[in-house]
Design a protein around this ligand. Structure first.
Ligand SMILES: [Zn+2]
Ligand SMILES: [Zn+2]
Ligand SMILES: [Zn+2]
Length: 414
């Protein structure tokens, strides 16, 4: 047989089926770039070519048979040549059948891969869509903490000058309302020249009076009328400030992080603060950040002195990391009733208030009025103007809650 024969082996092996793809290691993520490429269909020999070759083989074999019949070969030799030619013809057509079957398999596999690829593309498109929906709904429900950090509005708080005193009844059974009316009867702001900023009820039958200056607070503390009317004047209970340390390595243990904060940032600066004193006065409020991320944010309750020492540096060093540090002043808004200063798990309301339209009986997710302009659910609760989004930075109810939060923090405390 010559090199041009269709039976030439090298000619067949060249048309081997496409190699199987190597499995992708690691977790399933977005499709790698090479998967996105349009895959070429398998190269196949058209059936008509194979039929032409078979015809040629047949003709050649017929030629061999007739040539051998002309020569001086004995009958036995002629029969043997004839048989050999028939056998070759038979084997050739068997190979053609096998090839056709392989070809069909290759085409089917290719089509299956194409269909799979289309499905994967669809999955990717759905994921993209889901992400953009999540992003836009986050914008509707107000900026997230991460966004707030990115936008980086106020890095740290200017403590207000407002001072306050807490007034409690000696008789523990008295209500805040009773204390309030008693205080309003005894104290005459005009006579005492007080600049009262607010009078609000607190726990244990008490009230808090906020004033413009420390002098006003001193005047109230020295007021004899108060103490002789069954009332006690006290420092209001103030909370420690909270700071957020951004980008702490997530694999570090909490005590380790706190120790690093002390040794790398405070030990040299605050000579009278031992590690023990620091650890005793510092408490991790909570951590925030994405699940499984390499870093997270630490929201830490610290004393006023520690806050000042850390925040003036703008950055806190934690082991090998340098982490931005900010005041943490986010007020909680309940996602059930849309009021401030409590979370949904402690909410006393038994129905949902919508964060978009402000109506009762459905949640933000279920709202059917998303095409309409938003109405602030919080302001609507207080029967105030509500033509803005719930949680909007300019919402008067939110600003009031933030102001109240800041006033409840002891920024000066040691
Ligand atoms: Zn609530
Ligand atoms: Zn609604
Ligand atoms: Zn509002």
């Amino acid at each position: 047989m010559s090199g041009n024969s269709p039976f030439n082996r090298s000619g067949l092996t060249r048309r081997s089926p496409p190699s199987t793809p190597t499995p992708q290691p690691g977790p399933p993520g977005p499709a790698p770039a090479n998967m996105q490429q349009e895959e070429e269909p398998p190269k196949v020999i058209p059936t008509s070519d194979i039929q032409t070759w078979l015809k040629k083989i047949e003709l050649n074999l017929q030629d061999v048979c007739s040539t051998s019949a002309e020569g001086k070969l004995n009958t036995d030799q002629k029969i043997r040549i004839n048989n050999m030619c028939r056998s070759v013809g038979h084997l050739a057509s068997q190979m053609a059948i096998e090839y056709q079957s392989l070809k069909n398999h290759a085409i089917q596999a290719y089509q299956a891969r194409q269909a799979h690829q289309e499905k994967m593309d669809l999955v990717q498109r759905i994921q993209d869509l889901k992400q953009s929906i999540e992003e836009s709904s986050r914008q509707v429900t107000g900026p997230s903490f991460a966004d707030a950090l990115k936008n980086n509005g106020t890095r740290y708080v200017q403590p207000s000058n407002i001072s306050s005193v807490a007034i409690y009844p000696v008789d523990k059974l008295k209500s805040s309302e009773e204390t309030k009316s008693l205080v309003q009867k005894i104290i005459r702001p005009d006579e005492m020249k007080l600049h009262v900023r607010g009078l609000r009820k607190i726990k244990n039958g008490g009230v808090v009076i906020s004033t413009d200056s420390k002098e006003d607070v001193i005047k109230l503390k020295q007021s004899e009328q108060l103490t002789t009317s069954g009332l006690t004047v006290d420092e209001p209970q103030k909370r420690k400030p909270r700071i957020v340390v951004i980008g702490v390595p997530a694999d570090m243990q909490e005590p380790e992080v706190l120790k690093c904060i002390y040794h790398q940032n405070l030990a040299d600066k605050l000579q009278d603060w031992s590690l023990e004193k620091f650890m005793a006065s510092t408490k991790l409020s909570h951590k925030s950040g994405k699940k499984d991320a390499e870093t997270c944010n630490y929201i830490i309750e610290v004393s006023g002195v520690i806050r000042k020492a850390l925040i003036t540096n703008d950055r806190v060093f934690v082991n090998w990391s340098s982490c931005p540090v900010r005041d943490f002043t986010l007020v909680t808004r309940c996602f059930k009733c849309q009021l401030y200063n409590h979370a949904a798990k402690t909410c006393k309301m038994d129905i949902n208030i919508c964060g978009h339209c402000g109506e009762a009986g459905h949640s933000f997710k279920e709202c059917t009025k998303k095409d309409e302009a938003p109405k602030c659910a919080t302001c609507s609760h207080y029967k105030k103007q509500c033509n803005h989004q719930t949680g909007d930075a300019a919402c008067p109810a939110r600003q009031m809650a933030e102001k109240r939060y800041l006033n409840s923090i002891d920024y000066e405390g040691a």
